[in-house]
Design a protein around this ligand. Structure first.
Ligand code: HCR
Length: 386
């Protein structure tokens, strides 16, 4: 077929890129792409997609029963998928290659308190460069809800598509009025990026992911065109009581398309609307992380400012010059560390080899792998203004 969406002058470089990804597998992040497919946004901004419907996040805390709470978690989770996986197609015309964050890159943001839902804070840190790993914490303190997670990607190429296996997980902790903390382990779906040859990549979700707590097991299956309902972006979530809870609540099935709406059925009730993301979302407000309220040199929008400007305005010479500056600076830092016998210190997270919550709750979904590492959030943010 024709490379319809690729500017004529970039077609041979796009073909070269596609041939290269077919042979390089594992990490696409540092591969050079033709300009038309570059995004001016760094991957450190992506965790904001978890909370673009802050009222759904806050609503988790307002539920009275374990079952309603789990359903609220599932509803919030499903409602994040549209932003996570289709928003670049809406804002930039297709999926694009995000900026590859540097080690220690930071992003801070918040969603304001509206109608008593409480303020939600976001903090992101790039905790590894090779391979790229991003850690984040999102917290609504007034509601007692906190999401902490990290993610990395392992990419491969199959039948003309990029397959992205997501590594990492998130844990949502809800502090109940009784003082009890309920944890939900959230795993991440697999992605297939199609439309590559034409130069208009888009994402479809495949296989399945889980939301696991000591009370409930929710398995979410993803299918594209031609399955379940025949529609793109379809999913089917099955929610059951966790083994050993005595089946205190029934089984529920939620089906629909994650970028639009879904329906809930349970026992005699069926066909009730479950989630609906056809309405507006609320983008995060970026904030400076310095005590003065300014952005520091490692904060993504300051660090990549000129690269992003070049990409947005079509000045790719400036973009690539400024990108080289950042990369050279990074190489020099790593050399200096080796020479000085020091290592980079993370600001907000501590890396641990295992995650007890993942191991404990993961058994309920027979997760593979049965164990994963974690980045523990140091909870020292924001610095208390004395
Ligand atoms: C795979 C991907 C980078 C990673 C992006 C992730 C998985 C990051 C975590 C978010 O929570 C969800 C998310 C959404 C994105 O769909 C996914 C990106 C899609 C493309 C990008 C590749 C590294 C770029 C491939 C290059 C192509 C587009 C030319």
């Amino acid at each position: 077929g024709e490379m319809g969406a690729v500017p004529v002058s970039q077609r041979s470089s796009w073909a070269t890129f596609l041939k290269a990804i077919a042979s390089v597998s594992g990490d696409l992040s540092s591969m050079t792409c033709p300009p038309f497919i570059l995004s001016p946004v760094s991957l450190t901004e992506f965790p904001a997609y978890w909370c673009e419907r802050p009222e759904l996040f806050a609503a988790i805390a307002d539920q009275k029963t374990e079952e309603d709470r789990t359903l609220a978690v599932v509803k919030w989770f499903i409602s994040t998928l549209k932003g996570q996986y289709t928003s670049r197609n809406e804002s930039m015309g297709s999926e694009k290659k995000p900026l590859n964050p540097v080690l220690g890159e930071l992003f801070y943001g918040k969603w304001p308190d509206v109608n008593g839902r409480g303020e939600t804070e976001l903090l992101v840190e790039q905790v590894s460069h090779h391979p790229p790993i991003t850690a984040y914490a999102i917290e609504n303190k007034s509601k007692g809800i906190k999401l902490v997670g990290h993610n990395a990607q392992k990419t491969s190429f199959s039948a003309g598509s990029i397959i992205v296996k997501q590594i990492g997980h998130a844990t949502l902790t809800v502090k109940l009025p009784s003082g009890e903390n309920v944890e939900y382990l959230i795993t991440l779906p697999k992605l297939r990026i199609d439309g590559l040859w034409y130069g208009s990549p888009y994402t479809e979700l495949t296989e399945s992911s889980w939301i696991l707590s000591k009370y409930h097991v929710c398995h979410i299956e993803y299918k594209g065109k031609g399955y379940f309902s025949g529609k793109s972006h379809s999913f089917k979530a099955t929610l059951n009581p966790a083994p050993g809870t005595g089946g205190a609540s029934g089984s529920h099935v939620i089906e629909g398309t994650w970028h639009a709406t879904s329906k809930f059925s349970s026992g005699s009730k069926s066909g009730l609307e479950f989630h609906n993301v056809t309405g507006p979302k609320e983008e995060v407000t970026a904030i400076g992380g310095e005590p003065s309220g300014e952005m520091g040199d490692f904060e993504t929008r300051k660090l990549w400012n000129l690269v992003a400007k070049g990409i947005r305005e079509g000045d790719f010479d400036m973009a690539s010059r400024e990108k080289s500056k950042i990369e050279n600076e990074q190489r020099q830092r790593r050399k200096d560390e080796v020479a000085g016998g020091t290592t980079w210190q993370l600001k907000h997270f501590v890396h641990e080899k295992s995650d007890p919550t993942y191991e404990r709750l993961g058994k309920l979904g027979k997760l593979n792998p049965p164990a994963e590492d974690m980045y523990v959030f140091k909870e020292n943010w924001p610095p208390s203004s004395a």
